[in-house]
Design a protein around this ligand. Structure first.
Ligand code: APR
Length: 234
C-alpha cells in the first residue's frame, strides 16, 4: 500500500506566479492590513472597500498563471499510487488550472460568490461589488465573496482532519504558519505518525514541528521534491 500524502499550501506557492502574499515585505494591500479587509466586521463596516479588495484580486487572476510548483503538485496528484490530498489556503485557482484534482480550498475561492439571502453558493467571474444580484434568488446586494474570513470556520475541516490522521507524509508549502487551524496541521499529522516536511522561503512559525525544512522558492523546491518522491516509487 503506497503512502498517503497530505499537502498544505499557502500564499508562497503562488508568489512565483506574481500573486502577492499576505505577510512579508509586499504583504500589504494599499496600506490596509489583511485583518482590516478580511473579517465579517470589516465587511459590515465598509462593504465597498472589502469588495474593491476582492474584485482587484479576482481581476488579477486573469493576469497570472500556475508556476512549476503548481504543475509539480498536479503531477504528484496524477501519478502517486496512494492517497493525495492538496489542502490550499489560497483563494486563487492556480492549483486547478495546473490540473490538480484532489484539492480542497479551506479558505474559499475568489471565483465563487455566496448569497446571504438564500445561502446559495455559485461560480462568480468579474467584479462583484456591493450591488451584485444573486443568480439564484435575485436578491440585490446580498452577495459576498465565498471567502473564509478571520473568525469564520474554514471549509472541509472534518475531511482534512481525517486525512491528517491517516497521513504518512505531510508537506507544508509556502505558508507562514501564522493562521490557525492550518498552522496546527503539522502537529496533528506528526502526532498521528506522519513524516513532516516544510518548503518555504524562510522558516515558518511552526518550523520546529517539521522533521525536515527546505528553504527556497516553491517553484524550485517543489518540482525537485515531487521528482524525488515519484522516483522513490520506481
Ligand atoms: N516560495 C516559497 N515560499 C514563499 C515564496 C516563494 N516564492 N514567497 C514567499 N514565501 C513564503 C513567505 O516567506 C511566507 O512565510 O510564503 C509565506 C506566505 O505567508 P502568508 O503571506 O502569511 O500566507 P499564508 O500562510 O498563506 O496565509 C494564511 O492568512 O490572511 C490569511 O486567509 C489568508 O489564507 C491566508 C492565511
Amino acid at each position: 500500500m503506497a503512502d498517503s500524502i497530505v499537502i498544505l499550501t499557502g500564499a508562497g506557492i503562488s508568489a512565483d506566479s506574481g500573486v502577492a502574499t499576505f505577510r512579508g515585505p509586499d504583504g500589504l494591500w494599499e496600506g490596509h492590513r489583511v485583518e482590516d479587509v478580511a473579517t465579517p466586521e470589516a465587511f459590515a463596516r465598509d462593504p465597498v472597500l472589502v469588495h474593491a479588495f476582492y474584485d482587484a484580486r479576482r481581476f488579477r487572476l486573469a493576469e497570472v498563471k500556475p508556476n512549476a510548483a503548481h504543475h509539480a503538485l498536479a503531477r504528484l496528484d496524477a501519478e502517486w499510487p496512494g492517497d493525495v490530498l492538496i489542502v490550499t489556503q489560497n483563494v486563487d485557482d492556480l492549483h486547478e488550472r495546473a490540473g490538480a484534482r484532489r484539492l480542497l480550498h479551506m479558505h474559499g475561492e475568489l471565483l465563487k460568490g455566496w448569497c446571504l439571502a438564500c445561502d446559495g453558493r455559485f461560480a462568480w467571474d468579474g467584479p462583484m461589488g456591493s450591488r451584485a444580484v444573486c443568480p439564484s434568488c435575485r436578491a440585490v446586494g446580498q452577495v459576498r465573496p465565498d471567502i473564509v474570513w478571520f473568525g469564520e470556520m474554514p471549509y472541509d475541516m472534518e475531511r482534512i482532519d481525517e486525512a491528517l490522521q491517516r497521513a504518512d507524509l505531510f508537506a507544508s508549502i509556502g505558508t507562514s504558519g501564522a493562521v490557525y487551524p492550518a498552522a496546527g496541521f503539522v502537529q496533528t499529522a506528526r502526532y498521528c505518525g506522519a513524516r513532516t516536511i516544510e518548503m518555504n522561503l524562510e522558516p515558518s512559525q511552526g518550523s520546529i514541528f517539521f522533521h525536515e525544512s527546505r528553504m527556497g522558492r516553491a517553484s524550485e523546491l517543489v518540482p525537485a521534491w515531487v521528482d524525488q518522491l515519484l522516483a522513490s516509487r520506481g
